[in-house]
Design a protein around this ligand. Structure first.
Ligand SMILES: *[C@@H]1O[C@H](CO)[C@@H](O)[C@H](O)[C@H]1NC(C)=O
Ligand SMILES: *[C@@H]1O[C@H](CO)[C@@H](O)[C@H](O)[C@H]1NC(C)=O
Ligand SMILES: *[C@@H]1O[C@H](CO)[C@@H](O)[C@H](O)[C@H]1NC(C)=O
Length: 489
């Protein structure tokens, strides 16, 4: 009789699950949807809209008031929607309970110069954002999504902050189509490989990698995490990503398979969590984030100061020491650059608390520069310098190019794959990997003939401005097909 015990156990799990979870869930769901009809009508009335033919697109963006690159993506998408789809109301799920709708809208105007129509936009304020504050534990975001859905269910849900685990809650409670704009994957295959090979890394401290037991535990956690992250992503109908780097990772996660966990998943009732009828994305599409290059693209291309400009926050991964070493090497190879005749200067904006400034005489640090100060350097510097390895995107490099600087960046990540790429078969800037390589690339850029110099700047600007424009961004959203997932009543 022993062989019978597994099916009996499984069967009991099923019964317990259905009785204690599935049936109550159905009741809860029916109640929620009934209440939602009232909420929805109220909302549309408050916005002065007739409730016929209106659609709600919900954007899950708990930090919508943060004013960073991710927020620019959010607001540009909503503004585009407002221009082209008068019958759509955008709903933003925000945890910024200390700001009002009007305050957020005016901050968006001040920060990004994006105009939002208050009649086509509303906010659902979430009070439990604290659960996602300093932990990547997925349950926090699922709880937050539950709060979101219990306050208002839209017709289409789009996560713009990378909380893929919320998809289970949304499809379970709301049963609506889901999409995502992903800036970076929550877990990467590199991370998984690192634990497997027990290498040291950012996310894996010494103590853990030296202990097999802890490492096994962590690997198991990652394995589950990875599996359910893939399951989550596949339950969305469309996925957009902001760069080639993110696309490579998301695509490989979408292909991820794990026979053991697959079997467990199907045997236990967990599969119900991921049975979205609107799934399932199989690959991600790149939609480059729009960069506001309007002002800088008007700066003159000629008559620039011999300034090498670095624009990066003071963080170890930006690798400021390599910039200083490369610059020192450049001055060593070309002593005339240090003198008064043809001086070349390195300017680092962003900040450095303990500069390793071996070449201090020609180096200037500008800490916490204001936006106008930064722009004034972009208007006069000659070369834009970025040394970060595997930068996912590199908006500073786009800004260099739009402003008319010749970019010199690390030969990896976004600057290699997406940004400093040939335009009409001709170079738009330079890549390097080592201190010597950077010194050479700087020298190449400094010693171009006047004609070549102008041609590189022109190409770099034309390319950056068109490739990372709002129009390209909007085309990308259109191409994602989000509209086809909006239900017609
Ligand atoms: C795209 O996502 C990456 C994270 O992978 C982020 O570093 C970068 O700033 C994003 N780009 C923009 C312009 O928002
Ligand atoms: C720069 O700004 C940060 C945070 O806003 C602050 O902590 C730091 O002290 C500032 N540094 C300087 C040199 O102003
Ligand atoms: C995107 O589609 C809308 C119609 O849905 C259209 O009005 C708009 O011009 C399109 N945008 C671009 C850049 O193609």
């Amino acid at each position: 009789m022993y062989y019978m015990s597994i099916p009996i156990t499984l069967f009991s799990v099923w019964i317990v699950w259905i009785g204690s979870f599935w049936i109550p869930l159905q009741f809860y769901r029916a109640n929620l949807r009934a209440a939602n009809r009232v909420r929805r009508t109220d909302l549309l009335r408050r916005l002065g809209r007739d409730s016929k033919d209106q659609r709600l697109v919900g954007f899950f963006h708990p930090y919508c008031n943060a004013g960073g690159g991710g927020e620019r993506v959010l607001w540009t998408a909503i503004a585009a929607l407002q221009r082209s789809e008068p019958n759509i109301v955008s709903i933003v799920y925000s945890g910024d309970t200390d700001a009002s709708k009007d305050e957020i809208i005016s901050k968006v105007k001040a920060r990004f110069d994006i105009n939002l129509d208050p009649k086509g936009l509303d906010f659902v304020f979430l009070t439990s954002r604290k659960f996602i504050e300093d932990s990547t534990w997925p349950v926090g975001s699922m709880y937050l999504a539950w709060e979101a859905m219990s306050k208002l269910i839209p017709d289409l849900y789009i996560d713009t902050m990378g909380y893929a685990f919320t998809f289970h809650v949304v499809s379970l409670l709301a049963g609506i189509p889901i999409g995502a704009y992903v800036h970076y994957p929550t877990i990467s295959t590199n991370m998984l490989n690192r634990v497997k090979s027990r290498k040291r890394g950012y996310t894996n401290s010494d103590a853990i990698s030296s202990s097999t037991f802890l490492s096994q535990g962590k690997l198991l956690y990652y394995r589950f995490f990875m599996y359910y992250y893939a399951v989550s992503l596949r339950s969305s109908a469309f996925i957009m990503v902001n760069s080639s780097w993110t696309q490579n990772h998301i695509n490989s996660i979408l292909q991820h398979s794990d026979t053991l966990l697959d079997t467990l998943h199907l045997l236990t009732p967990l599969w119900m969590l991921s049975s979205s009828k609107y799934g399932s994305a199989t690959s991600a599409q790149i939609v480059y984030p729009p960069c506001d290059t309007r002002e800088m693209s008007r700066y003159p291309l000629t008559g620039r100061d011999r300034v090498i400009l670095s624009l990066a926050q003071f963080r170890p991964e930006k690798d400021h020491p390599t910039q200083l070493r490369a610059f020192k090497q450049l001055l060593k190879d070309h002593p005339e650059y240090a003198g008064a005749e043809r001086p070349v200067k390195l300017v680092l904006i962003g900040g450095s608390r303990n500069p390793d400034d071996e070449a201090r005489s020609n180096v200037e640090f500008i800490v916490n520069a204001s936006y106008p100060t930064m722009l004034s350097w972009l208007a006069r510097a000659s070369i834009g310098f970025s040394t970060m390895v595997d930068e996912h995107f590199g908006i500073n490099v786009v800004e260099f190019m739009a402003a008319g600087l010749i970019p010199v960046a690390h030969k990896s990540g976004g600057p290699l794959q997406d940004i400093i790429v040939p335009f009409n078969g001709q170079p738009t800037g330079y890549h390097a990997e080592s201190v010597e390589g950077f010194a050479e690339a700087l020298q190449t850029a400094l010693s171009l003939s006047n004609e070549e110099d102008l041609a590189v700047r022109q190409r770099a600007r034309t390319w950056a401005v068109q490739r990372f424009s709002e129009e390209e961004f909007e085309k990308g959203w259109n191409a994602s097909g989000w509209k086809s997932f909006l239900p017609s009543n």
